[in-house]
Structure formats: C-alpha cells, structure tokens
Design a protein around this ligand. Sequence first.
Ligand code: CTP
Length: 131
Amino acid sequence: MKIGITFGTFDVFHYGHLRILERSKELCDKLIVGVSSDELNFSKKGKFPIYNYEERSKIIGSLKVVDEVFKEENLELKAEYIKQFNASVLIMGDDWEGKFDWVKEHCNVDVIYLPRTPSISTTAIIEKIRN
Ligand code: CTP
C-alpha cells in the first residue's frame, strides 16, 4: 500500500485546500495529513489561526480523501513524521518547490510539488472579509 503524507495549516478551509488534498490522494492509497498546531502557526506567522487545531483537524479528517490526521508540532520534524507513518511519497504545494528535496534521499521517498490552485488563499479570504 502506497502511503502519502502532506502538511499544512488549512485555516478557513477553502477550495485550494480541497484540491490539493484530492490531488494528493490520487498519488497514493492512504493519505496522511499533518495539520499544524496553533503554537507552530504562531511561531511561523506571528498570529494564531482563525480556527483552532481541534476545528481544523476535524474538518480535514472528515474529508473522504483523507485517511488520517496528526498534529504537526515542529517544522523541522518532516523526516521523522515521514518515517513514523511509513510514507513513500511526500506531497507539498509548489509554494515549497525544492525546499524538501533533501528528504528524498534522507527518507527514501518521492517528493512531489503540486501547483497551487490560482487566486485563492486563507490570507486573501481574511483580507476580503476584513475590508
Ligand atoms: N494550497 C493550494 N492552493 C491554494 C492555497 C493552498 O494548493 N490556493 C495548498 C498549499 O500549497 C499547501 C496546503 O494547501 O500545500 C495548505 O496551505 P495553507 O498554507 O494552509 O493555505 P494558504 O491558503 O496558502 O494559507 P495562507 O494564506 O495563510 O498562507
């Protein structure tokens, strides 16, 4: 069985999130999603997500293309998570293009960057609502 793994915040769930998860599932039999913790988001972006981890992980876990969700607590632990879940493919949005190539040899996995869905992001939605 081919196990795929991907990561993200998935705050204010939107169509771009759904599409990357659907396309990720096409590349594997079992899709594992690392949803970042609230604290990780704070350290990464200097703000907490609109929806907390419990809410975001419940939304992601309810999708039929997602088989398992876990909490990503540290950006530096990608390789450990890959090994822990026995993944053979790491899928990332192409905003991360090239950044995880080192994992290929380190964990003996394929790394695939999928194009982002154009013209939508959590940040843009929040800005739109705010204005
Ligand atoms: N993603 C995508 N297409 C978009 C937006 C996001 O494919 N239009 C993908 C990202 O590449 C990532 C995953 O969805 O693999 C989760 O992205 P996340 O950063 O949580 O969403 P963004 O909308 O990019 O959030 P932000 O605006 O806060 O950066």
